[in-house]
Design a protein around this ligand. Structure first.
Ligand SMILES: [Zn+2]
Length: 67
């Protein structure tokens, strides 16, 4: 997946991991489903712009999330 920085339109470095400082744990994005056991969750990755330092979070499982 190719990501372009929204600040300066430089191609960003993707696939960086997101963790909470001081811990082994990352963060998780989830959406509650309508039914039980129908919850969707994804571990976000980050992209870093090598030009201006902008950081962007994204998930690869975005198609599983519904409006
Ligand atoms: Zn940038």
């Amino acid at each position: 997946m190719k990501m372009i920085c929204i600040q300066c339109q430089t191609e960003m470095i993707t696939d960086c991991s997101v963790t909470v400082e001081g811990g082994m744990f990352g963060i998780k994005i989830s959406q509650k489903g309508n039914k039980l056991f129908n919850n969707i969750s994804a571990v976000p990755k980050s992209a870093v712009c090598p030009n201006c330092g902008n950081v962007s979070l994204y998930i690869e499982e975005y198609k599983q999330f519904k409006k």
